[in-house]
Design a protein around this ligand. Structure first.
Ligand SMILES: CC(C)(COP(=O)(O)OP(=O)(O)OC[C@H]1O[C@@H](n2cnc3c(N)ncnc32)[C@H](O)[C@@H]1OP(=O)(O)O)[C@@H](O)C(=O)NCCC(=O)NCCS
Length: 182
């Protein structure tokens, strides 16, 4: 299994799109064992492979959980595997957890939005850089898209997610506790 995971991670590294410190085979194996990371297998060929992955990543607050490391091997794209992985991880998410994800791939964004995630900017009620920093962890760059790019309407129009731009999304129904509101 470790060899299969290493192969998957090599593919993911080659895209240059993932948070490198997370791409560790032992961490993947541990999360998979705890049912916090889902794999999709292709057993139709020898040697069999892991061709899809998605995982939960805990934050400093146990009630806030990131969905990340969402990947399907390119030769299997457009078969519904990504949608199925995303749907399954939502079904096993702890009840009441606040879910978020960070994405730069238009297809991944479409899938997240299909399941009720919405993009976050500093104009999203309740969000501040402090909240976003706390959710992402101190070693992660805050997505550029949450900053005020200052368009004609005084930093209110942040636009919509586009491929290549890094956006943060939260599940619909998001609400911060009163004391944390920015
Ligand atoms: C995002 C990603 C996980 C999606 O995986 P996927 O298995 O191709 O996802 P799906 O097949 O469920 O959906 C992809 C598209 O195929 C379409 N599709 C699904 N089943 C289909 C079928 N049987 N026939 C034709 N099209 C189909 C979907 O409607 C969707 O269309 P869209 O691109 O117009 O929105 C994958 O593209 C990927 O790994 N991307 C690169 C890595 C990346 O950037 N990951 C996210 C980090 S930001």
């Amino acid at each position: 299994m470790m060899e299969k995971i290493r192969r998957l991670i090599d593919e993911m590294k080659a895209t240059g799109k993932y948070h490198e410190p997370r791409l560790k085979s032992r961490a993947f194996a541990r999360l998979h064992k705890k049912n916090l990371m889902l794999f999709r297998f292709d057993r139709s060929q020898e040697p069999w492979r892991i061709i899809g992955v998605i995982g939960f990543w805990e934050t400093s607050d146990p009630s806030i959980i990131e969905i990340g490391t969402f990947y399907v091997s390119p030769e299997f794209w457009r078969n519904g595997i990504g949608t199925e992985l995303f749907s399954t991880i939502l079904q096993i998410a702890p009840r009441g957890a606040q879910l978020f994800t960070v994405m730069s791939d238009a297809r991944a964004m479409r899938i997240a939005m299909e399941f009720g995630f919405m993009p976050v900017t500093l104009a999203t009620p309740g969000f501040s850089l402090g909240v976003i920093r706390q959710w992402l962890g101190s070693d992660r760059p805050i997505p550029d898209s949450v900053y005020p790019y200052c368009s004609v309407d005084g930093c209110q129009n942040y636009g919509t997610p586009k491929s290549g731009e890094r956006w943060m999304f939260v599940r619909n129904g998001y609400s911060l506790p009163e004391e944390e509101r920015g």
